[in-house]
Write a protein that binds this ligand. Structure first.
Ligand SMILES: [Zn+2]
Length: 292
């Protein structure tokens, strides 16, 4: 209730921020589609309020200095959840809206769960959520060993889920979804060794090549975690665009390897969605931080 009231009030300022930030690129980061109706309302709002661009438009802007249209927004999805195909694609096609999907190459054509869901499955939701948070701050090798132990020591059968197949990727691509790179196994890059990161890129690169997809060089940092070292490795592997997960609208000059994204969910109610996409959020957050 309180949350709805706050967003309803904040939403009075959305038109102002939409205007102030009309020259700032907005990139939205979704994960799965849990509410198809709400998602369609969001897409229709974006179509009336913004110019929805695709990855090629962004590349031309960043590398060929071509101007973006006013009030540009790019829509992205992380992790390659099956629901994006099942519930998202029909809406995107119907509304003729381009998007970008960041896939974890190791999971394509598999029935393997996301590793964070696996932890929740074994530990239950409450303990699982805490553990997922904790594990994200561990060195990558410790995280991998922990997952192996969980699988080996549990009586439960390994969780099986629907992951996207290669032919699903083709269907998505045909429907206007640019298939991009979210690493091979979704480790935290700032918690991984140089060897591990290099391996992630080599594995995903060979699969993008095998599948004849050209999105290897468009990358979203798993969990948004990055540091100087991982950025150097991105450059060494010819990654051209890299996306963060920092809940911010972009500055006027966009650094191609540090593109900000605003987190949204398919079930975010429309007032809250309007507020978040306006950029108020990132304005308020930066001012709260500077007060601290
Ligand atoms: Zn992710």
């Amino acid at each position: 209730m309180m949350r709805n009231f706050i967003y309803k009030t904040l939403n009075l300022f959305s038109p102002i921020f939409n205007r102030i930030y009309k020259n700032r690129l907005r990139v939205l980061a979704y994960h799965d589609i849990v509410d198809q109706n709400q998602f369609e309302k969001q897409i229709q709002y974006l179509k009336t309020q913004f110019n929805i661009i695709n990855i090629e438009d962004l590349k031309e802007h960043l590398f060929k200095k071509k101007q973006l249209p006013k009030s540009s927004v790019l829509i992205t999805f992380d992790d390659g959840d099956f629901s994006v195909l099942k519930y998202g694609l029909p809406i995107l096609k119907k509304n003729k809206v381009p998007t970008c999907l960041f896939v974890i190459t190791n999971l394509i054509n598999s029935q393997k769960p996301f590793w964070w869901d696996e932890i929740r499955e074994y530990l239950g939701n409450d303990d699982g959520n805490k553990k997922v948070k904790e594990v994200k701050s561990w060195p990558n090798i410790k995280r991998e060993n922990y997952l192996k132990e969980l699988r080996n020591n549990s009586d439960k059968p390994n969780k099986i889920v629907s992951q996207l197949t290669f032919s699903d990727l083709v269907e998505l691509k045909t429907g206007g979804v640019f298939i991009a790179n979210h690493s091979h196994t979704h480790p935290m890059l700032d918690m991984s060794s140089e060897y591990e990161i290099q391996n992630e890129f080599e594995e995903s690169k060979s699969l993008f090549k095998k599948w004849n997809l050209n999105g290897f060089d468009v990358f979203a940092y798993p969990n948004g975690n990055f540091d100087k070292n991982s950025e150097l490795l991105l450059e060494r592997n010819q990654i051209k665009l890299a996306f963060l997960f920092d809940h911010k609208i972009n500055k006027k000059n966009v650094n191609p390897l540090r593109i900000s994204r605003i987190r949204v969910n398919s079930d975010t109610v429309i007032n809250e969605f309007k507020v978040k996409t306006s950029g108020i959020h990132s304005f308020i957050a930066s001012h709260i931080r500077s007060l601290n």
